[in-house]
Design a protein around this ligand. Structure first.
Ligand code: SF4
Length: 395
């Protein structure tokens, strides 16, 4: 079915935007990963991919969201964003993920891709601000792909994200499709929606909406309303992996996960140093759900040195990879709380992350050593080995 994918792309996405994505996103990824491997050889720590949370302001209160700052919303100043991207560019990085909170509430959002026309940006949004004006800006810029969150059909989605959200998000995606924009859908798989969102009917629906890619996340019970009943069991994670392979064979859409490598072994991108997160406080954090940092991007700090010399990030990598190939947040919340407390870092969530971790119970994660299923599609094997996970740059 992937053979039909180019036809779908040409039908739904404007040729100008497709060309931009190929030139600014796909082509530089090889250069980015080459530079990353060279850094690894030198023992340097600076990932190829960055997640920048521009603000913790959000118009929704989704269950299990880790962004719930009690004070007035914070924003990552535009100058700081620019310095992070410039520093990344000097090290071969060209792809940056912008998220929140809700990034479309960040006043200078579109100035970022405008300032860095040689980079490609992924904006992860709840989809409620995709009006005609925003869609026109995205189309004119050309170096942005939109990743819209949708967690199933109307009932499942709105149970977690709020009443009426599904209909508005679908309308936003229709606007993106009419404008020929390259966009994807981010779906969180929970114990409540796994049957539905891993089903053929859901993927067909996403294809009909015009999405070019579908990005699955496994639910993490974090934040003040952690909803542990939505966490996946070990059997559900096993089923998730199996279904991914089936869906990849059956549907003309790129299906992305960042959990398993080409051999089906679990990975943690933060433990491998493939991507770190910078939150609205300027803190350099292992990943978006882990709001804890020891090092901050200050107005005059050297971004590369801040990351490369971070004892906290290096200790986290060692701690996480000693504990599991999967996710320490899910599998070892108590030990993670101990690690954070004994580290040099501080809580950037505005709540009490250590206390939240201590209150949560250990859950299975995507690490299933006894039942690893290698990718059975040559294209995905190639993509995971060569492009996405860095040419076997990890152990
Ligand atoms: S700690 Fe968990 S959520 Fe964070 S990058 Fe690793 S696997 Fe993903």
């Amino acid at each position: 079915m992937l053979l039909y994918y180019p036809i779908r792309l040409l039908r739904h996405v404007s040729p100008r935007l497709l060309w931009k994505a190929a030139w600014l996103w796909v082509r530089p990824s090889l250069i980015t990963l080459r530079a990353y491997r060279k850094r690894l050889e030198k023992g340097q720590l600076f990932p190829p991919f960055w997640f920048l949370s521009l603000t913790d302001a959000c118009n929704l209160r989704c269950r299990g969201c880790w962004v719930d700052y009690p004070g007035p919303p914070r924003i990552l100043p535009l100058d700081t964003v620019t310095r992070i991207i410039d520093s990344g560019k000097r090290r071969g990085c060209r792809f940056f993920t912008l998220l929140g909170g809700e990034p479309l509430l960040y006043p200078d959002l579109w100035r970022i891709p405008e300032r860095h026309r040689d980079c490609y940006f992924q904006v992860i949004t709840n989809g409620l601000f995709l009006d005609d004006d925003a869609v026109r800006r995205i189309r004119d810029l050309g170096n942005v792909t939109i990743l819209v969150s949708l967690d199933g059909g109307e009932a499942d989605n709105d149970a977690r994200r709020g009443e009426g959200v599904f209909a508005q998000v679908v309308e936003g995606m229709r606007r993106l499709r009419r404008a020929g924009i390259l966009f994807g859908v981010a779906t969180t798989v929970t114990a409540g929606n796994c049957e539905e969102v891993l089903g053929d009917a859901y993927v067909r629906f996403i294809c009909r909406l015009g999405a070019a890619y579908l990005w699955y996340y496994g639910y993490r019970p974090v934040g003040p309303d952690a909803a542990p009943e939505l966490a996946l069991s070990a059997a559900m994670f096993g089923g998730f992996r199996k279904r991914l392979l089936e869906l990849r064979r059956r549907h003309p859409i790129v299906i992305i996960d960042t959990y398993w490598d080409a051999e089906g072994k679990a990975i943690c991108p933060a433990a491998l140093g493939l991507g770190f997160h910078i939150g609205p406080s300027g803190g350099v954090e292992p990943c978006p759900p882990l709001s804890y940092a020891a090092d901050f991007i200050e107005p005059n700090s050297d971004v590369f040195a801040t990351v490369n010399e971070s004892r906290f990030l290096r200790d986290f990598q060692q701690f996480a990879s000693q504990k599991t190939r999967g996710c320490v947040i899910l599998e070892r919340p108590g030990e993670l709380a101990d690690f954070l407390e004994s580290s040099q870092g501080r809580d950037t969530s505005g709540r009490d992350l250590v206390c939240e971790l201590r209150a949560s119970r250990a859950c299975p994660s995507h690490s299933t050593p006894e039942s690893e299923i290698p990718e059975d599609s040559r294209i995905y094997r190639y993509l995971k080995r060569r492009l996405f996970f860095g040419l076997a740059a990890y152990g």
